[in-house]
Design a binder for this molecule. Structure first.
Ligand code: FAD
Ligand code: 2HG
Ligand code: ZN
Length: 475
């Protein structure tokens, strides 16, 4: 047992031997086989500091062929592995549970090609999202995905979690943007579905299986991703609102009035802003309000976009939907406003312990869940706050306490999942299932669907060596 919080038995896997380490060292060299305990510490613990594994070996391959050799060997020896990108995952999927070998994509960071005609980048899976975006910006392109963890997360991790982020509303999910994937199966077999074409209807779309399967079906080694043109004009409005009903109406209006230039629509409640102001000393650009919204426009004509945004804002203020607000166009001000939104997760950690929920809900129920949970939990907590991607119906509900308390967790779960299921929401909108949510998956997936998922897993990874104890439920 590695984690006191979770009752779980180690699978029937082999234990790594000196001979195994020698095999890996012969393949990769000393510098790419890490077995120093202190150095391993950061790879064994997740970003939230909630899930800790006890791996004694981390491997850093550089090529698909090396990944293939590693997996073929591990499969034969029945050694379990945990694929890891930037280790920013929020559901405990990126760290081992026991002594699984960590396979890091940190050195698989080559950009292979940028097709400037179609707007497609082909790269290895370990490219850091922000660096990849900077790379394609030289060609006037952008990566259609952006999130607070961009400075650390890898594109392979993004694909493996099917990350959503701040602009899904505009550019859609990775199931649409990813054009091709190369992945290595548990057997070491390389599956080449790395088409860089926008259209390819030749049979089953196998790459979709690797998007969002969190390293349980294969290790993603390369990706081809559709890159839209980088917008030439960007505006960002930070608004204060009095009621959640006003938030909903403003969102609907923004869609209607800003149309094709709307690129993000985010919502933050007062408690989340207070947390950022208190714990990170970041100051919101307007005074206190029960609710806030960030509305971003991106387009190709500054005058046109500003005019559209101004008309929308004047009407929203005139109708009393929005009571205060500010608009930024300079990069440094926009960056400051975005950091208030993007750093809420970091601010929450400073409260002590975070119980994190990432829920899809029909919009009329969206904030009711936060209010109900607040009432349900009473004075047992430090904070219960809500924010997220309102344009995608995705609520980030976070509860904090000074230290981890099992009784508090039992008060939250499964109530929160039952609440979600009752309104036909999803218990994981964008973070995935990982280790923490796997035994709750039935709240959002039918038993028939789970059975088929298990069959696929058995077909693609018969020894179950790829990220065991993740995604699929125990029963
Ligand atoms: P890791 O954390 O290393 O791994 C995540 C999962 O993918 C694990 O199960 C791992 O085993 C698997 N995996 C990683 N690489 C591979 C690979 N090459 N092949 C197969 N499996 C692999 N998520 C959102 O959806 N939207 C957000 O807005 C968002 N914002 C975030 C903000 C912050 C500050 C943080 C810390 C996280 C945020 N996340 C968000 C969580 C999100 O899942 C991750 O940030 C990101 O997608 C994970 O990438 P990573 O490289 O860190 O993957
Ligand atoms: C975000 O949108 C991330 O900032 C993290 O998905 C959400 O901390 C969270 O709950
Ligand atoms: Zn999010």
């Amino acid at each position: 047992l590695t984690s006191k919080r979770y009752q779980i038995e180690r699978g029937q896997f082999s234990t790594i031997s000196e001979e195994d380490v020698n095999f890996f060292t012969n393949l990769l060299g000393h510098h790419r086989v890490i077995n120093d305990e202190t150095e391993l510490e950061g790879y064994n613990i997740d970003w939230l500091g909630m899930v800790r594994g006890a791996s004694s070996v981390l491997l850093k391959p550089k090529t698909t062929e090396e990944v293939s050799t590693i997996l073929a060997y591990c499969n034969k020896r029945k050694l379990a592995v945990c694929p890891q990108g930037g280790n920013t995952g929020l559901v405990g999927g990126s760290v081992p549970v026991f002594d699984e070998i960590i396979i890091s994509t940190a050195l698989m960071n080559k950009v292979e090609n940028v097709d400037t005609w179609l707007g497609v980048v082909t790269c290895q899976s370990g490219c850091v999202l922000e660096a990849l975006d900077e790379h394609v910006s030289e060609y006037g392109l952008m990566i259609p995905l952006d999130l607070g963890a961009k400075g650390s997360c890898h594109i392979g991790g993004n694909v493996s979690t099917n990350a959503g982020g701040l602009r899904l509303l505009r550019y859609g999910s990775l199931h649409g943007s990813v054009l091709g994937v190369e992945a290595v199966l548990a057997s070491g077999e390389i599956v080449d579905c790395l088409s860089a074409m926008k259209k390819d209807n030749t049979g089953y779309d196998l790459k979709q299986l690797f998007i969002g399967s969190e390293g349980t079906l294969g290790l993603v080694t390369k990706i081809a991703i559709n890159c839209p043109p980088r917008p030439q004009s960007v505006n960002l409005a930070f608004l204060g609102l009095e009621t959640f009903d006003d938030v909903l109406k403003t969102y609907k209006d923004a869609k209607k009035k800003l149309g094709e230039i709307l690129s993000s629509c985010e919502f933050i409640d007062q408690s989340s802003i207070e947390c950022v102001e208190k714990n990170l000393k970041l100051k919101a650009p307007i005074g206190a309000h029960p609710f806030y919204m960030l509305i971003e426009t991106s387009g190709s004509n500054g005058i046109h976009d500003e005019e559209k945004l101004n008309v929308f804002l004047e009407e929203a203020l005139g109708a009393g939907l929005v009571t205060d607000g500010t608009v930024a166009t300079e990069p440094s001000r926009m960056h400051h406003i975005w950091s208030i939104r993007e750093r809420i997760a970091e601010a929450l950690i400073n409260d002590g312990c975070t119980y994190k929920y990432d829920i899809s809900l029909p919009l009329p129920h969206f904030y009711k869940m936060v209010e109900d949970m607040r009432e349900h939990l009473g004075s047992n907590i430090l904070r219960c706050c809500g924010y997220g991607h309102i344009g995608d119906g995705n609520l980030h509900l976070n509860i904090t306490s000074k230290e981890f308390e099992k009784d508090l967790l039992n008060l939250i779960e499964p109530t929160i999942f039952e609440w979600t299921a009752k309104v036909n929401g999803s218990i994981s909108a964008e973070h995935g299932v990982g280790f923490k949510k796997r035994n709750y998956i039935h709240y959002s997936k039918s038993s028939g669907a789970i059975a088929l998922m298990k069959q696929l897993k058995a077909l693609m990874d018969p020894n179950g060596i790829l990220n065991p104890y993740k995604v699929l439920p125990d029963n």
